[in-house]
Each structure stands twice: as C-alpha cells, then as structure tokens.
Ligand binder design. Structure first.
Ligand SMILES: C[S@@+](CC[C@H](N)C(=O)[O-])C[C@H]1O[C@@H](n2cnc3c(N)ncnc32)[C@H](O)[C@@H]1O
Length: 259
C-alpha cells in the first residue's frame, strides 16, 4: 500500500512509533518555561499547533491541562486521539483538522506550542504570518507562544544527502535537498513499515520545508501583536541565545506581554 497525502496513513504510523521522541523530550522544558510565567498559576490550557500524533499534548494532559490540538493530517490526528483517548473521552482534549495558517478553535489559551519544526512546513512568510495572527487571537492577554524552527544553517549543512535505516520494523530511505536560492528544502521519505500481520506497507512522502529568515520571523510576530520575542536553543526554550542563525534549531519564545 502507498499513500500520496502529506503525513499519510503508513507514514503517520511510522511517525507515531519512531518520531515522538522530540515532543517527549521537549515537553518538560516547555512546561518548565511556562511554569516560570505568571499566567501558569491561573491558566492551564494549551493549544498545540501541528500537534501530530499527540505525545506532547499527552504530557500536558497528564499534568491537568486542557488541550486543543490542530493538524492538517487526519492520520496524525487519529493517532493523537488514540494516544490521548482517556482525555478525549473526559472532554479535556480535542483534536481538530485545520490549517495552521487559518484556524479558530477558541480563545483564552495560556500557552500555544508548535514542535519539531512543524512551522517550517508552512509554504512561506505569508502563511507563517497568517499562523501568527491565528495564534495571537487564540491566546489570553498574558499568553505565550513557543515553537521551534530549523534554521537556514540546518538546511545548508544537513539537507543534501541520502540516508537509509533498515531494521525488522522498517526500512526508511531519506533523500534531501536544499534550494538556497528559494530557501526551500525537500525531503523525500520512502520505504516500508511492518504491519501487525507481519507484512510490509510501502510509504512515500515529500516533505517541503521553508528556511525562514529569523529577523523576518521576529518582525512578523511583532506585527501580529506579540510584544516580547526571544530566541533560545532548539532543545531548551529557557536557554536564550543572541545568535539564533548560528544554531541549527532554535526555539522562538513570544509573549503577548513583556517577559
Ligand atoms: C514534524 S511533524 C510534528 C508533529 C508534532 N508537533 C511533534 O512534535 O511530533 C509536522 C506536523 O505538522 C502537520 N502540518 C504540516 N503542515 C500543516 C499545516 N499547514 N497545518 C496544520 N498542520 C500541518 C503535519 O501533518 C505533521 O503532523
């Protein structure tokens, strides 16, 4: 079986099994950041933009947050709903199919997040600015928005090549290329994933990513209304950096009020 939709069925299964580690690793660090803000004492609601298979949401649900996750892939959302089933049933988690550049799933969130370079998936600065507008409108007056991005340095230094992973569960061939003139990177992922009956399903995915200019990202956040914008290490939103373009991954930390 192959699939053509972005983050399609077989690939979503593979993602759920192999790539939740980034969300799981960064969730406690995002939580620690939010705990240090005054909003955290009274507002325990989180918006997860491009929530994927929902493991980050589960971290916050386990700690008493209410969560709304949005994602464009119905297959990723199906995993998110299954991973967070007890909270979906209890009414404290909701996963909605929506475009990150055009959504409205409610207001008053204390925290909005987007992890594992999900916002690099947006088609360009206009889509990113539209996303910032939607997030800004979703947040409470003292809310925070944290997201990570692959920087241009990552695409320039890491995106040209082929890699193969091959084990009992899956074979994954990853081919990537970076078009510096247009600041767009492409990764083609193809291969096979073992299904429950022991047979293998084929997947093929083309994942485009935009290499955003980080000064332009800051300007777009301020234009959306955020008054506090800072860059931090891609593994820890509390480790601020003055030279974000020198890193391969950064966290962007934006507040509706001063820090
Ligand atoms: C790399 S995954 C990250 C998932 C999750 N945030 C994590 O940390 O594991 C990127 C996700 O973004 C979603 N996505 C890509 N473009 C999107 C868009 N325009 N609107 C909403 N979701 C999008 C994909 O379906 C996928 O689930």
């Amino acid at each position: 079986m192959s699939n053509e939709l972005p983050y399609g069925g077989v690939f979503a299964d593979l993602y759920n099994r192999r790539w939740a580690w980034f969300a799981q690793q960064t969730a406690p660090r995002i939580e620690a950041f939010y705990a240090s803000r005054s909003a955290a004492s009274k507002n325990r609601s989180m918006l997860d933009v491009c929530c994927g298979t929902g493991q980050l949401a589960v971290h916050f649900l386990e700690r008493g947050f209410t969560v709304v996750g949005i994602d464009s892939s119905p297959y990723m959302l199906a995993h998110a709903r299954a991973n967070a089933a007890q909270w979906v049933e209890a009414g404290t988690a909701r996963f909605v199919q929506a475009d990150a550049a055009d959504f409205d799933v409610g207001r008053g969130f204390g925290l909005a997040v987007s992890t594992y370079d999900a916002l690099n998936h947006l088609s360009g600065p206009d889509a990113l600015a539209a996303c910032f507008g939607c997030v800004y409108a979703s947040l409470a007056d003292d809310g925070w928005f944290l997201f990570d991005l692959n920087t241009e340095l990552a695409f320039r230094t890491r995106w040209n090549g082929i890699s193969v992973q091959d084990d009992e569960e899956a074979m994954i061939v990853s081919r990537s290329v970076y078009d510096a003139a247009n600041r767009v990177a492409f990764t083609k992922l193809s291969g096979f994933l073992r299904a429950q009956d022991g047979r293998y399903d084929r997947f093929e995915e083309l994942v485009p990513e935009t290499a955003f200019d980080l000064r332009q990202v800051e300007r777009a956040l301020r234009a959306a209304g955020f008054v506090s914008v800072a860059f931090a290490d891609g593994a820890d939103p509390q480790a601020l950096t003055e030279e974000p373009e020198a890193k391969t991954r950064v966290f962007v930390v934006a507040g509706k009020q001063d820090a």
